[in-house]
Design a protein around this ligand. Structure first.
Ligand SMILES: Cc1ncc(C[n+]2csc(CCOP(=O)(O)OP(=O)(O)O)c2C)c(N)n1
Ligand SMILES: [Mg+2]
Length: 788
């Protein structure tokens, strides 16, 4: 009984937080609100079966659940609403994400994993609907690996025999997304402990259920997944979102099959309401009928729970009234504390700038304008950091030709706040820990007389073999990766050697292959997830961009997923098998290192580096390089290659040509012909595009040659534009140029088929020759007469 009353109290407190939250937005104290009202009771029931070691992957309605598992306080909930940038105030997003983005810190302050098996964990939310599903699959799959691979028994900090459930939550309308279906199907195939709850309020913002789901019911639509006596599948349960005892029972049943038998469960929580409507943008009276609104009021889970307690548990209404009063009061107090802390933080800088302005008023010729700025700053309602910054910058602009103490103080403050604001709003895009990929010790390759010359694919195979031996947490999976050892045999024989749990085939489902990798990495694994061809990255891009790339950033270093994505691309022969969409990756995947090795030895060195770091990376192997001969280093599993360090493949003095990947061979061939024509090229392999040339190797080259050519296989203005911006603007090579920079790229369309198609749509040695020659013709037409 005590438990029931405390559940009810929490439900009321959470509801009150939603109600107050909405008011805060309307008072201008916060920008946007989206709350979990109407879902309180269901979430409290879910929290009852959520054990240490479990993980949540959910969405913005889950505040009550987070309160119930003790991983969010109401004060923190308000701190996030206000965008308080202090990690102590909002420990999961540090004010970077708007309200309703939940999570727990799975890393300690040095960026190492905490003992996850002892904690109640939540992966970090993202806004795109159903974006939580791919990751959810991986979180559940980790339990399967921990349970079935005896070599992992000692990793008790991550798992206890794979007993952990991955709890998913999703809105009814979001189940229409492809990611939902892809993840659900994969969970049924894999038989993993994934317990997905659908909060079904009958709407997705304004759009009613019959637009979203076949038969207007996700449990009906998915009925074919239900397991039977003879066939594996899902356990599908339906329960009403206002029925407290039924919810408690349903979650107990769901937990049992999920945790003990590793059977995935879909819990369709129907008849959920949304008392305040979707969010603070707009009201639901615009699209819900009077009847629907009346039905919602009648089926409100708090109202129903109260009635049930009075009727069935026999508690007096007055006693319940007291609980409600206390709960509401405590939510208000939490709001007050959060606002006070937020204001105190913001006002620190405001006070400093105010006093500098005060000083400036007496010292500047623009006394009146300064006074005006001071006045504005002090009378701003709900002041924000930008108000202070703008006042400071406007004052600095006024002080520009003056010399006094106020100006010096202002400059000092502005310089200091650059670092503070970087820390508040821009830090942790990549790992900031000691295991950052940029800090991995460099171990050079060792070659001896015994080093044999083998096919490129064999170099990779030896590297992966060594990795699988070295670390039992390394797993590789993807389409055709298991039995045949991938389409180019990089994993040949390794499934036979290490078993199906370590080297594994998957369905054709790029998006959830990535999610599988993210979830595994979040739980301590070192996954190598394979996307068969670079062209199919487009299917995986949402999860890579929205989830993996921003994970460290959006948690301010609170979570990491050191996933390595392996793929192959650039050129072979055939449309959708010869793409080099590198610009697409550079534009959408900041936060993931992008590595473009020219051969398989370089690729192996980068795999070794990344496997020793806690950053995620994409490694793009050259499709046309698997059968080329390479000399395999004796320390194939140990040597590492540093990121961001280009390699000079051929020194030269006339022109700097920067390239990467398969184009290295093309450019080297052209450079030889150019040499014969009297042009001495310096050919540089950038090796990694993120990070790009961290030590300015290319700048030094341009200082010498004064001419720059960028060659790759992406579209014009794709990755070549990125490289140019890095070299001309960031490295400041612009003043050293004597000629216009030149790019040599693929055509704007997809590559045409066969050898001729490749020749006419991708850069070839003759084209490189002619472009570079043309550059020199402009410089010295007598020495280099026009070709045509
Ligand atoms: C990919 C994507 N498309 C659209 C949106 C905008 N959006 C936010 S919530 C929402 C409705 C979701 O409805 P439902 O899944 O039923 O969850 P509910 O809010 O009803 O709990 C939409 C369309 C989004 N966040 N992400
Ligand atoms: Mg909905």
């Amino acid at each position: 009984m005590k438990e029931i009353l405390s559940d009810y109290r929490l439900a009321v407190e959470s509801r009150e937080a939603s109600l107050i939250g909405r008011k805060e937005v309307f008072m201008g104290k916060a920008k946007f609100g989206i709350f979990g009202d109407g879902k309180e009771v269901a979430q409290i029931a879910m929290a009852k079966v959520f054990k240490p070691g479990d993980f949540r992957s959910g969405y913005y309605r889950d505040q009550t659940f987070m309160f119930a598992i003790g991983e969010l306080t109401i004060q923190q909930f308000f701190a996030q609403l206000y965008a308080h940038t202090d990690l102590n105030a909002d420990p999961i997003t540090a004010g970077r994400l708007m309200t309703g983005h939940f999570g727990t810190r799975t890393l300690d302050e040095s960026g190492k994993f905490k003992a996850l098996a002892e904690l109640k964990n939540s992966s970090a939310d993202i806004s795109p609907t159903a974006g939580q599903m791919p990751r959810l699959l991986g979180l559940a799959y980790a339990s399967k690996l921990f349970r079935h691979n005896p070599a992992l028994a000692s990793y008790t900090n991550f798992s206890r025999n794979g007993n952990e459930i991955a709890f998913g939550t999703i809105g009814n309308a979001s189940t229409s997304e492809g990611m939902f279906f892809e993840a659900i199907n994969a969970a049924g195939v894999l038989q993993v402990p994934m317990l997905t709850s659908v909060w079904d309020d009958g709407y997705g913002i304004s759009v009613p259920q019959h637009f979203h789901t076949t038969k207007s019911s996700i449990s009906k639509a998915l009925a074919g997944l239900q397991r039977t006596e003879s066939e594996n599948g899902f356990e599908i349960l339906t329960v009403k979102g206002w029925d407290y005892p039924a919810l408690v029972e349903a979650y107990q049943r769901a937990e049992k099959v999920c945790r003990e038998e590793h059977v995935p469960v879909l819990l369709h929580v129907d008849e959920v309401t949304q008392p305040q409507g979707h969010s603070t943008s707009g009201s639901h009276e615009r699209y819900k009928s009077k009847e629907r609104l009346a039905w919602e009021a009648d089926h409100d889970c708090l109202k129903k729970m109260r009635e049930w307690i009075i009727n069935e548990v026999m508690i007096l209404p007055e006693e319940i009234d007291t609980i409600e009063k206390e709960a509401k009061q405590s939510a208000k107090l939490a709001r007050d504390r959060a606002w006070k802390a937020f204001m105190e933080d913001v006002k620190k800088d405001q006070n400093i700038v105010f006093s500098i302005l005060e000083k400036g008023e007496g010292l500047s010729r623009h006394s009146e304008a300064i006074q005006q700025l001071k006045q504005e700053l002090s009378t701003t309602i709900n002041p924000s950091r930008l108000d202070t910054m703008r006042a400071a910058k406007k004052a600095l602009h006024l002080f520009r030709d003056e010399s006094h103490e106020a100006r010096t103080e202002l400059i000092d403050w502005l310089k200091g706040s650059e670092g503070d604001n970087y820390n508040r709003y821009s830090s942790h895009l990549y790992s900031a820990s000691d295991e950052s990929a940029l800090k991995v010790e460099v171990v050079p390759p060792v070659y001896t007389e015994n080093s044999s010359i083998v096919d490129g694919r064999e170099v990779l195979q030896a590297c992966f073999d060594a990795a699988l031996t070295r670390d039992p947490l390394v797993v590789a999976f993807g389409e055709d990766v298991g039995k045949i050892g991938d389409v180019n045999q990089g994993f040949a024989g390794l499934q036979a050697k290490y078993g199906e749990l370590r080297v594994t085939d998957t369905g054709i489902r790029e998006c959830t292959i990535i999610g599988q990798g993210i979830g595994l990495a979040l739980r301590g694994f070192r996954p190598l997830a394979e996307i068969q061809y670079l062209d199919y990255f487009i299917y995986a891009l949402p999860t890579l961009s929205d989830d993996l790339a921003c994970l460290q950033y959006r948690t301010k270093g609170g979570q990491k997923a050191p996933l390595i994505i392996r793929t192959r691309g650039h050129r072979l022969e055939g449309v959708w098998h010869a793409g080099s969409q590198i610009g697409m990756l550079l534009h959408s995947l900041r936060g993931i290192y992008i590595i473009t090795p020219r051969n398989m030895t370089q690729a192996a060195g980068f795999y070794n580096t990344m496997l020793r770091s806690d950053d995620p990376a994409v490694i793009i192997e050259c499709l046309n390089g698997y059968r080329l001969k390479e000399r395999i280093p004796d320390n194939i599993g140990e040597f590492t290659i540093p990121l961001g360090v280009p390699e000079i493949l051929k020194p030269g003095t006339d022109v700097t040509i920067v390239t990467y990947g398969s184009m290295c061979r093309v450019v080297m061939e052209a450079a030889e012909s150019l040499e014969e024509a009297g042009i001495n090229c310096e050919v540089i392999d950038a090796q990694t595009l993120l990070p790009f040339d961290v030590n300015g190797v290319i700048l030094e080259s341009v200082k010498k040659t004064n001419r720059l050519v960028l060659a790759d296989e992406d579209v014009p203005g794709g990755a070549s534009a990125f490289m140019m911006q890095q070299i001309l603007e960031v490295q400041n090579a612009y003043p050293y140029l004597d000629s216009k920079p030149v790019t040599i790229t693929g055509k704007e369309h997809r590559p045409a088929y066969a050898s001729d198609g490749d020749y006419f749509t991708k850069p070839n040695p003759e084209e490189v020759f002619e472009k570079v020659y043309g550059l020199m013709n402009e410089v010295d037409p007598d020495k280099f007469p026009a070709l045509y």
